[in-house]
Design a binder for this molecule. Structure first.
Ligand SMILES: [Zn+2]
Length: 192
């Protein structure tokens, strides 16, 4: 299969609550615990030839609980855990700001997505965003990226409710990240 034409398609991924357990702020690598099946599913995304881009709010940095170097160590652990199954993340965009700083990058703002779109010449309407929170789906919606909600955190139900109240639309609701990848895979293969 020719996957080269998917280089302008991204699958944006939220981190906490989507790939790993959201048990508060992750400030040391050992606190990053992936959900079951995530490395295998992520490797399947890589095989589709899309850009896999992490988009994460990390206000722990702005709060002084984590340094940029500390975040890089956490993402090195993430890369190590994914590599076991042959998977990798192509790029990481993070917002270090606190909510009260009013930046343009913290989700639900869309700047991290639009920056990625510029860097990789992405076709956002053909891309996907997988996340567990209203802020993820809202950011995706603002950027014109179809959103996939995973029901894997305490925030997922609230996102569903916000969708029902008309705050944003969601392209698909998946029980887990593995199910989200199943759906994205079938969507992309169906376009052939
Ligand atoms: Zn920011």
């Amino acid at each position: 299969m020719d996957t080269s034409r998917r280089k302008n398609i991204a699958v944006f991924l939220d981190r906490d609550g989507t790939l790993n357990q959201d048990s508060g702020y992750v400030t040391v690598p050992e606190q990053l615990i992936l959900f079951s099946g995530v490395p295998e599913a992520l490797a399947r995304l890589n095989q589709l030839g899309v850009q896999v881009i992490l988009v994460t709010n990390q206000s722990a940095i702005g709060r002084g609980w984590l340094t940029t170097e500390g975040l890089q160590r956490i993402h090195q652990r993430l890369a190590d855990l994914l590599r076991v199954q042959g998977g990798s993340i192509d790029d990481v965009f993070f917002c270090p700001h606190r909510p009260d700083e009013g930046c343009a990058c913290r989700k639900p703002e869309a700047a991290m997505i639009t920056q990625a779109a510029e860097r990789y010449s992405l076709d956002l309407s053909q891309s996907f965003f997988v996340g567990d929170k209203s802020s993820d789906l809202d950011a995706a919606h603002r950027a014109g990226v179809p959103g996939v909600l995973v029901m894997t955190s305490d925030y997922s139900e609230a996102a569903l409710k916000a969708r029902d109240e008309g705050q944003f639309s969601i392209a698909h609701v998946a029980q887990t990240f593995v199910h989200a990848v199943d759906w994205i895979e079938s969507e992309l293969l169906g376009r052939c």
